[in-house]
Design a protein around this ligand. Structure first.
Ligand SMILES: [Zn+2]
Length: 211
């Protein structure tokens, strides 16, 4: 194999799923392909989350003599504190009628979360451009939050473009002058999994806020 493809196979390997044992864990953050008897799977590893999703199944039934893989979601950072979501809701209300953004980040060493407000390059009702913040060593983006001002919470085509490459949760708060509407999805390298609702502890904390 030429050196470029060698590096590529090292950084984004494809791995046979064994039949008699679990596939060996990844050695660090990154992605790899798992080739299994039931399809080809993408595995994503970050200190805060591990995901396995089926990219595709085979076009015809042929015995691929490998083991089976399963989709999984392992949230390693634990529950995301409601107090930070409330903090963001307050920011969003204070910024009205403009939009605002923040990241909830997790420190893999201390296990602590914190919020990093995003410096807007330009903002107004209906748009928001910001610089990606520099995180401290060991910190990871977990929830990318932005507000839609007085508008409802949903994922726009701009949001789809912004979220295409990241591994994160994306949170939108809308109707920020009252108990906000919420849109939440898991973004995993171009796959968007919209969540049916927000975690109950977030909802009760937001509902308890005095407007
Ligand atoms: Zn948006």
């Amino acid at each position: 194999m030429n050196p470029v493809d060698n590096v590529l196979q090292g950084s984004f390997p494809s791995v046979m799923v064994p039949t008699r044992e679990l596939v060996a864990p990844m050695s660090g953050p990154g992605e790899r392909l798992l080739i299994a008897s039931n399809g080809v799977f993408l595995e994503i590893d970050r200190p805060w989350i591990r995901l396995v999703r089926r990219l595709g199944s085979f076009d015809w039934h042929t015995p691929v003599p490998y083991g089976q893989a399963q989709e999984l979601t392992e949230l390693r950072c634990g529950a995301i504190p409601a107090v930070l979501v409330v903090e963001f809701a307050r920011l969003a209300r204070a910024a009205l009628p403009n939009e605002v953004g923040a990241w909830i980040v997790w420190d893999a060493v201390t296990g602590r979360f914190r919020m990093e407000r995003l410096a807007s390059l330009s903002h107004g009702p209906g748009h928001l451009h910001y610089e990606r913040p520099q995180l401290r060593e060991g910190e990871w983006l977990v929830v990318d939050c932005h507000s839609h001002g007085h508008g409802r919470a949903y994922f726009s085509s701009t949001d789809d473009r912004d979220d295409l490459h990241d591994v994160k949760l994306a949170l939108v708060l809308g109707n920020c002058d009252r108990t906000p509407s919420i849109a939440l999805r898991l973004c995993a390298k171009g796959r968007f999994e919209v969540q049916a609702g927000a975690p109950a502890h977030w909802l009760s904390a937001l509902a308890g806020e005095v407007v």
